[in-house]
Design a binder for this molecule. Structure first.
Ligand code: ZN
Length: 364
């Protein structure tokens, strides 16, 4: 972390703390014990309520997220914008970067990435075939990006056994139906997101051909074993009613590690669940839950199929030019994985704070 940036962030956080303190603790000074006693009792002083305005509580969480991000984990700060602003940024990325294919990349001995700059697929190689995390946006993406990408990496599309779809948005499940039909791959989703995608048959841009047939339902803490490899899956609702996250084992030059893949990105706009998302409060509980299990598992790094949200894109570029003497860029350590989850936690807390009702105006 650059010293200047650290100072700026500390300063920002200090200012945030000052603001919070000013609003909560710096009430008008109480009368001094040695002050002369007035002859008549003055009317009681009206002290402002201690609760800070919602916008300032949100600013405090944003300042904390910026402090946690330092100079090396700034990507998730996009989620600290208002939900509408973050949505605009991410949708703009979908339009532009969704058309730019990333060079297929080997991250670990048994883990690969194929996709574009907006969204991709992690491919886990096991002794009994391939496990995919997500399936790109459409059948067309599978034919033009995934299948050629796998072949370029020396992997065979016919070996795809399981497709773990993190959540029921078309940029994650769009290629699943084709993989199910063509290669007999099992498709995994949470029960809530199976229901969600089955209601999307008429959604714009999603044809019935892109909806996979109902297959395996994921449960919280489920261990998915394929051949010699076991992945642990967790229900982390919020972004959708039943988003799934995973702890994935990976080998680097024969040595075992674990990676945390949080399946959610953009925050929902409401506190409460709706038919299309789990709501902000569940999102907050989900990130705390996944952070706890990730720390307990001593994960060594993080992954996101939207590679721009957690630094995966930069690490993929480093992995492609890694020399035999260099460390694996994905091995950032348990503390940094925890810091990433904490940043998401602060950003979701900011989004919740912005939903606080505005302070009531005093009536005259
Ligand atoms: Zn999504």
């Amino acid at each position: 972390m650059a010293a200047g940036s650290k100072r700026t962030n500390v300063l920002k956080y200090s200012l945030g703390m000052c603001l919070f303190s000013a609003l909560t603790q710096c009430a008008p000074a109480a009368s001094h014990a040695d002050a002369p006693t007035p002859k008549t009792t003055p009317p009681p002083t009206v002290v402002a309520t201690a609760k800070p305005p919602a916008v300032d509580a949100a600013a405090l969480h944003v300042a904390k997220a910026e402090q946690l991000a330092g100079s090396d984990l700034t990507q998730p700060l996009v989620l600290c914008k208002t939900v509408e602003e973050a949505k605009d940024v991410i949708l703009a990325k979908a339009k532009g970067d969704g058309k730019i294919v990333v060079t297929p990349t080997k991250l670990f001995d048994n883990l690969f990435f194929v996709g574009n700059q907006f969204v991709g697929v992690f491919v886990l190689k096991t002794s009994a075939g391939l496990v995919l995390f997500d399936s790109l946006t459409s059948t067309d993406d599978i034919r033009t990006v995934l299948e050629p990408g796998l072949k370029q990496l020396g992997l065979a599309p016919k070996d795809i056994r399981q497709v773990m779809v993190t959540h029921g948005h078309f940029d994650h499940f769009g290629g699943a139906a084709y993989l199910q039909k063509t290669y007999g791959a099992h498709i995994l989703l949470s029960a809530a997101d199976w229901k969600f995608i089955e209601q999307q048959k008429q959604a714009p841009g999603v044809g019935p051909a892109e909806i996979p047939k109902h297959d395996l339902e994921v449960t919280d803490g489920q261990v998915l074993t394929v051949g010699d490899t076991s992945v642990t899956l967790y229900l982390t609702p919020g972004h959708t009613p039943g988003t799934v996250s995973a702890i994935i084992p990976a080998l680097d030059r024969g040595k075992p590690y674990k990676l945390a893949l949080f399946g959610s990105v953009l925050f929902p706009a409401t506190r409460e669940p709706s038919p299309t998302n789990g709501g902000l409060e569940l999102y907050q509980r989900s990130i705390e839950h996944f952070d706890q299990v990730s720390q307990a598992a001593h994960v060594d790094g993080i992954l996101n199929t939207h590679t721009f949200i957690d630094g995966t894109a930069e690490r993929l570029a480093e992995a492609r030019t890694r020399t035999p003497g260099q460390p694996n860029p994905f091995l950032i350590g348990t503390a940094n994985a925890h810091r990433y989850h904490e940043i998401l936690g602060e950003c979701v807390a900011a989004a919740l704070a912005r939903l606080e009702p505005a302070p009531k105006q005093a009536s005259n």
